[in-house]
Design a protein around this ligand. Structure first.
Ligand code: UDX
Length: 432
């Protein structure tokens, strides 16, 4: 049976959740208080680049299963399940700012006129469920009942729709049988294992999972430094480690550090939660420290090759925090461009998708129309994001265009022997 669903917050998570639930046959209304964004969505314009999302939205709007509104009242009135997917941006000390979650909870409470299941989808600190519950209790009409649940999202940008439809697991944190039944029914079409827990454990699963993945990246980045110093090859080391099923091969790719809006923010929030609870999370702090060091070390590597960076021209290929997205939030590529500029280098950047979003972040940087324009007369070419397009670039043409054939690859995209044979001075991460 189809369910009536409201998704509050039309960012990455909200739009993907809303359109995927519509695709599964439910009637979904996506809400956001940014009326310009909602106006654009109503005209079929999707504000973010996510492969397949536009088509999915258009298809489901056409089928009458998906609509958009800047007014929460009708959405709450017409839906039984309400997902909260609003932003939880970091405050200065890393803790998540939950003002939007609180405001939405209060509004939902005021508009509810019969039972509603309110589900946290945003990544939130342990305890948020209780706060949402208390807020709804305080503002709801007297005879209206409700449940709170936590259903964390594990989708990755760039493969978000696939991740939603084919997750490794579905985590359902509930406090009542009624909530459990509604959510299990909603997710019935999906084959993934469903883990039903209490609300707090579900909240913690999200933080612990993201931190563990970030730890894998920092771990292999630390190993890459040892490889640099000892002459070992980090790709082989990672392969050898990953074949052990207890370790697993994923998220062992050395590079210039993790970025994006999830890992850095979630880690900072988790550290804050631990400290608030009275636990000193040394392991999490080390993960963050290694990630920061990795970017600085990369810039040092560039410096070691070019001596002074002052008035050197450096082409930076890739600005998004990873390929297949236009997202530049907390992108290590952007940090590296800024560090290079601080050293006095002039930077020419190119990214297949993220140029518009990078522009306001990178004033003074020449953003070029393609790889070849970016590398023209460069003292060095830096690869900062592993876009597959870069793998296919015409290296002979690159070599003819640059001033010096130095490629410093922060994503280990090319075979070292082949690059050397082509006459490049090719430096990568943890490989000699
Ligand atoms: C992440 C989590 O994977 C997802 O489960 C969660 O819901 C949100 O945060 P996302 O931020 O979209 O998703 O990106 P992800 O693909 O996980 O990559 C994060 C960063 O780590 C990127 O900057 C990427 O380049 C880097 N990374 C990833 C590595 O440096 N090495 C790796 O082996 C994997």
């Amino acid at each position: 049976m189809m369910e009536r669903i409201a998704v509050v917050g039309s960012g990455y998570v909200g739009l993907v959740t809303g359109s995927c639930f519509a695709e599964l046959g439910n009637k979904v209304i996506c809400v956001d208080n940014d009326s310009a964004k909602i106006g654009a969505l109503q005209k079929g314009k999707v504000p973010i680049y996510e492969p397949g999302l536009s088509a999915l939205i258009l298809k489901n709007v056409k089928a009458g299963r998906l609509s958009f509104s800047s007014d929460l009242r009708p959405a709450v009135r017409d839906s039984k399940v309400i997902f909260i997917a609003v932003g939880t941006p970091p405050r200065r000390r890393g803790e998540a700012d939950l003002t939007a979650v609180e405001n939405v909870s209060e509004e939902i409470a005021r508009y509810m006129d019969s039972y509603r299941l309110i589900v946290e989808k945003s990544t939130v600190p342990i305890d948020t469920g209780t706060w949402v519950e208390n807020t709804v209790k305080a503002f709801k009409k007297r005879n209206v009942s409700f449940d709170i649940a936590s259903n964390p999202e594990f989708l990755r940008e760039g493969t978000a729709i696939h991740d939603f439809m084919h997750p490794d697991r579905i985590v359902l944190g509930v406090g009542s049988d009624r909530a459990r039944k509604i959510l299990l029914k909603l997710y019935e079409p999906m084959k993934a294992p469903k883990l039903v827990t209490d609300v707090r454990s579900a909240e913690l699963i999200k933080h612990a999972s993201n931190s563990f993945l970030a730890m894998k990246i920092s771990f292999i980045n630390a190993v890459s430094r040892v490889c640099d110093l000892s002459g070992a090859d980090v790709e082989k080391v990672a392969e050898g480690m990953g074949l052990d099923r207890r370790i697993g091969a994923d998220f062992l790719k050395a590079g210039i550090g993790y970025g994006g809006f999830c890992f850095p923010k979630d880690l900072a929030a988790f550290i804050h939660i631990c400290e608030r609870l009275g636990y000193r999370p040394d392991i999490l702090k080390a993960v963050v420290r290694v990630n920061e060091q990795q970017k600085k070390f990369f810039v040092e590597t560039i410096k070691r090759r070019l001596w002074n960076l002052h008035s050197k021209s450096i082409a930076v290929l890739g600005l998004s925090f990873k390929p297949h997205t236009d997202d530049v939030r907390l992108s290590p590529a952007i940090d590296i461009v800024k560090m290079l500029r601080k050293e006095g280098a002039s930077v020419r950047g190119f990214d297949p998708k993220a140029m518009e979003k990078a522009r306001p972040e990178l004033r003074g940087v020449c953003l070029c129309k393609d790889v070849y324009e970016a590398v023209r007369d460069a003292d060095a070419v830096v690869i900062a994001t592993d876009w597959p397009q870069f793998k296919k670039m015409d290296l002979r043409r690159v070599k003819a265009l640059v001033k010096r054939p130095i490629i410093i690859d922060g994503r280990n995209m090319f075979d070292t022997a082949r690059m050397k044979k082509m006459g490049f001075d090719y430096i990568s991460i943890g490989r000699t």
